[in-house]
Design a protein around this ligand. Sequence first.
Ligand SMILES: Nc1ncnc2c1ncn2[C@@H]1O[C@H](COP(=O)(O)OP(=O)(O)OP(=O)(O)O)[C@@H](O)[C@H]1O
Length: 296
Amino acid sequence: MKKALVIINPSSGKEKALGLEEDVVSALQETHEEVAVRYTEKEGDATTFAKEACEEKLDTVIALGGDGTVNEAINGLAEQSHSPTFGFLPLGTVNDFARALKLPMVPKKAIEVLKANHTKRVDIGKIDGRYFMNVLAVGAIAELVYEVTPEQKSKFGPFAYFIEGAKALKEKTPFNLSITYDDNTWNGEAYVMLVALTNSVAGFETFAEQAKVNDGYFHVFVLKDLSIQSMMKLVPDLLRGELEGNDQIDYFRAASLKVESSMDLVVNIDGDEGVPLPFTADVLHNALHILVSSEE
Ligand SMILES: Nc1ncnc2c1ncn2[C@@H]1O[C@H](COP(=O)(O)OP(=O)(O)OP(=O)(O)O)[C@@H](O)[C@H]1O
């Protein structure tokens, strides 16, 4: 007998999730005998619910929410002895993970993906005992994420980060960074370090154009200069998907990282405040089974 759990964050996506519950449940009932629904009330609930679904050996876990809810669900599913298939409806404003997986943004179409039952194995990252599916950020970018208001995100989409980013970066000084990755090291001064697991960062699908959701690597970008000239080159390179060739960026890929600084810095994990430096991070290759569009 197949069993599924639907985790709903009722606050996500202008409270759209509740209106979709019935359609999601009836879609799952086509292939599952039992479909339960649980609503999150606070931070951590989606992790608890997903972990309990693993313990109860459910076949499928579906999340309705934004990247925050998806991250929490993944934190409950990762490295469990029984791992249900995971699917989600992207109801946030940015939805980087859904962009990377080429999921439809229109909820009715995303429900069709759940029905089709086509899965793909996907990498996630592990950082000091926590899990993430999109991005780590150190430096001004990490701080600016907290400064972008939900209104700005709804109005300007990814460009809200760009507008706030340009403001934040202007006021910053570089920090020293020591990165040990696989068998190499990077030492120097940086303004921003971004570790992308997927191509889509802050809604820009061209950010790490070459990153695949299951290539086994972190794609690391270290920004070394913030002069006007360098920023003017950065924007077209970002939009063309050519950031790794930019003179002011050092780019490399790695399956594991150790990042240290003599300065007081905190790493941002999938858009939320994370752990202080130093940290270690590893790619967990093909760690999850995710429901994706059949043409993917
Ligand atoms: N019932 C609830 N009411 C209010 N907040 C909730 C509720 N349940 C969970 N949350 C909070 O919602 C947050 C996640 O929201 P969501 O899934 O919309 O992600 P998001 O990253 O904010 O999305 P985006 O930025 O793309 O819009 C978590 O921080 C969680 O604590």
